[in-house]
Design a protein around this ligand. Structure first.
Ligand code: FAD
Length: 616
């Protein structure tokens, strides 16, 4: 039985056979790498995820992070696992060697992250937030700030946080009110509270470096008036030794439905008037600076959604192969129970999960790959082209897999039946954990607005239109394969209808009012996600068809019957055939529903807008 986190064979297929990311190694930046070493690193990542991180996640859910008399205690075992994670080079995997990194392409880091996230997201919050906070200091800090903080954070001695949210400022970041006042020595005094701060306090690092969005007294309202400050838990001396406490305190942890291993803290800054903040970048550049890490963070949370889908599927598949209930439909025998995977409804559910997971894997890795292309682009035009693609894909990479995470964790429980609802198996934890991914780093609704009202309109709609046109090459290749015509015709039909939506929304806004595209943003995002996933599945099927045919030829298998028999007994053939079935299943079972979603959107109904608030 394969591991219960991710299908490692499919990870490698997507990277090396479909996207061919090893071609990046032809570029000077990645010249020291090759496919074999990437593969070895990913196998190591999988082992670490399986042996260390996953058991820690299960234990972490039982015990949870604790708040006791002003102190926060992380889940036992976290410190040791974090040390190993850092020492194995994963914290700085894609950083350049000058910063102690390995210089891996983002796409390989993304693939490793899928495994780590599938195993233990609460643990990965320590790593991700620390990395992202250090990265912002690397990009925008003064030489002194870089000297003081980055190395300690990249070495795993100190951790980091991102402190944005306040009671009156969640999605509405522009409403942040935490107050900063200028001190005579060029530092700032910070006063106020932040809520929901992941890893705001804990017990396993010597220092915690908070990046805090705040408003300097007298600065204008809205996002334009925000500045960003470094506020360490303990002040740092010039030689990087620790000085006095910095009047930053955790005043409580949230009691949450999931990710209990991750402390979600209410933080108080400057209760005694002694919290010193150090400006990062320029005054009022806070949002601009924060936005720098937004794409990477949103891709990471999307990857966690993918991780939840994957770990749910792998568990459900194992259970379906082992659990015996009911009789065979073809050869019923009351004395012989069959494994539940023989029941069509269980197979349909498993295939629904498998197909989505494979297509989303292609989409998420491709987005990481596009980020690598931005990094190595030889011309401004190339850089702009790849960057626009990343910008277009980010909202869907964040929102679609996280929404599917909730759905598929629920499907996994269904496959386990009553046992899935108990704490004897981890699938109920997956469901509880999954929901928050749809909320932080911008809710699904906020992603949809970003997509429908900003990203689709980039360069007068040309980025979106061009992306859809680029799908044609692969769809045409699939159409030339035997038995594919009906599937590719469906794809073209759905894609064409999707391509008409921007014009429909513009017309709706003109005729029915500015609210109209906002009302339709989430269904639009969802339909786009279906089409993108379908495209990656078609692409993978084209590759798989060619490889499977080569296998048949090598074995001299000409007739359908012997080919089918071979697929049933040969693991590689079964895998490749499975890729083809995934694509066909998705196109036949999902895209007609997508047509319906598009039709519902185009129906133009505005009753939710028209209804008086009292009518709800
Ligand atoms: C476990 C956990 C960890 C977190 N970690 C961090 C962290 O480390 N740092 C940090 O700063 N924050 C963190 N957050 C906060 C998180 O980012 C916010 O919860 C999130 O941004 C949503 O804000 P809110 O909860 O105030 O919801 P609201 O903004 O009140 O949203 C409520 C609902 O209204 C919708 N809505 C709001 N505004 C609009 C709009 N303009 N248009 C359409 N729909 C809208 C939303 O989509 C949502 O469905 C965390 C939250 C949780 C639960």
């Amino acid at each position: 039985m394969a591991n219960l986190l991710v299908d490692e064979r499919d990870v490698k297929f997507t990277l090396f056979e479909q996207l061919k990311v090893q071609d990046l190694c032809q570029h000077a930046r990645y010249a020291g790498w090759n496919e074999k070493v990437f593969g070895m690193l990913l196998s190591e990542a999988r082992k670490f995820a399986e042996k260390e991180l996953f058991p820690l996640n299960i234990e972490g859910d039982k015990e949870g992070a604790r708040f006791d008399q002003g102190a926060v205690y992380s889940v036992p075992g976290t410190a040791a696992a974090y040390r190993k994670f850092v020492d194995n080079g994963w914290l700085t995997a894609s950083e350049e060697e000058a910063h102690g990194g390995q210089g891996l392409p983002q796409v390989i880091k993304s693939a490793a992250h899928e495994m780590f996230f599938a195993a233990n997201f609460p643990f990965m919050c320590y790593a991700n937030l620390t990395h992202d906070a250090a990265k912002l200091i690397e990009l925008f800090g003064t030489e002194e700030q870089k000297h003081l903080y980055i190395e300690k954070m990249y070495l795993g001695d100190w951790t980091g946080t991102m402190a944005l949210t306040e009671p009156e400022a969640g999605s509405d970041v522009g409403n942040i009110g935490l107050k900063a006042t200028r001190n005579v020595d060029g530092t700032y005094g910070l006063v106020g509270q932040k809520i929901f701060i992941t890893n705001g306090d804990h017990d396993f690092a010597d220092n915690i470096v908070h990046l805090v969005l705040a408003r300097i007294e007298g600065d204008p309202p809205g996002t334009k008036g925000l500045s960003i400050f470094i506020a360490p838990k303990v002040r740092v001396n010039a030689d990087r030794t620790l000085g006095a406490a910095n009047d930053v305190r955790c005043i409580g942890l949230e009691h949450k439905m999931g990710i209990k291993g991750s402390p979600t803290a209410t933080m108080s800054f400057g209760e005694k008037g002694e919290c010193v903040g150090y400006l990062l970048g320029q005054e009022r550049d806070g949002i601009k600076i924060m936005f720098h890490m937004m794409n990477a963070s949103r891709l990471a949370v999307g990857m966690w959604g993918q991780g939840i889908c994957s770990v749910s599927y792998q568990h459900a598949l194992k259970y379906a192969l082992e659990r015996k209930q009911g009789q065979s439909i073809e050869n019923p025998d009351p004395a012989t129970q069959v494994a539940i995977i023989e029941h069509p409804e269980i197979r349909r559910t498993l295939m629904l999960m498998k197909a989505h997971i494979e297509g989303m894997r292609g989409m998420l890795y491709f987005c990481g790959y596009a980020m690598d292309q931005v990094a190595i682009a030889g011309s401004d035009e190339d850089k702009r082209k790849w960057q626009s693609l990343v910008d277009l894909l980010i909202p869907i990479c964040k929102a679609y897999p996280t929404e599917k995470g909730v759905e598929f964790a629920s499907h996994a429980i269904q496959i386990y039946g009553g046992y899935g609802y108990t704490k004897d198996y981890p699938v109920e934890q997956f469901l509880r954990d999954s929901k928050v991914a749809c909320i932080f780093e911008g809710t699904t609704g906020i992603q949809a607005i970003d997509f429908a009202l900003r990203k689709v309109r980039m360069q007068k709609g040309e980025v979106f239109a061009c992306f859809l046109r680029d799908m044609d090459r692969m769809v045409e290749q699939a159409a030339a394969l035997p038995g594919w015509e009906k599937y590719t015709a469906q794809m073209q039909r759905t894609k064409t209808a999707l391509g008409e939506l921007p014009a429909h929304l513009a017309l709706g806004a003109a005729e029915k009012g500015a609210h109209y595209p906002f009302l339709k943003a989430t269904p639009f995002l969802d339909a786009f996600g279906d089409v993108v996933v379908a495209w990656f599945l078609i692409w993978s099927a084209v590759v798989a068809e060619e490889k499977l045919e080569a296998l048949f030829q090598k074995k001299k298998l000409e007739d359908q019957e012997s080919r089918l028999a071979f697929v049933r007994t040969n693991a590689d053939a079964a895998f490749l055939d499975g890729k083809i079935q995934s694509a066909r299943f998705f196109i036949a079972n999902i895209l007609p529903i997508t047509d319906g979603k598009i039709a519902a959107l185009q129906w133009g109904d505005v009753s939710a807008l028209v209804a008086a608030e009292k009518s709800f």
